[in-house]
Write a protein of this length. Structure first.
Length: 94
């Protein structure tokens, strides 16, 4: 676990693809609590794959709701989607 990070921090991921899957797997291996992880993605298959890592991970399609729950936000999207992602999440992050 990186310095300053705790298993009590709520971490939200916008994007549930390979990058998020790998990071979440590492967090869980480092004993981060599954109930402190949130993931949003428009693809149901990506969310199912994330849910299979741990039953307590909260998944959904609403980026704003995911961001509102975050102590730490990870934008796990492709570079070409980053600008759009920021537009839809910036209000919720305030």
């Amino acid at each position: 676990m990186p310095p300053g990070m705790s298993v009590e921090h709520t971490i939200a991921f916008v994007g549930g693809g390979n990058m998020a899957h790998a990071i979440i797997g590492g967090l869980l291996n480092a004993d981060h609590r599954g109930d402190r992880l949130y993931v949003s993605d428009p693809d149901a298959n990506s969310l199912s794959r994330i849910s299979a890592l741990h039953a307590d991970i909260t998944t959904g399609t609403d980026n704003a709701m995911t961001v509102e729950n975050a102590d730490i936000l990870v934008l796990a999207v492709k570079p070409q989607l980053l600008e759009t992602c920021l537009l839809y999440t910036s209000d919720a992050a305030d």
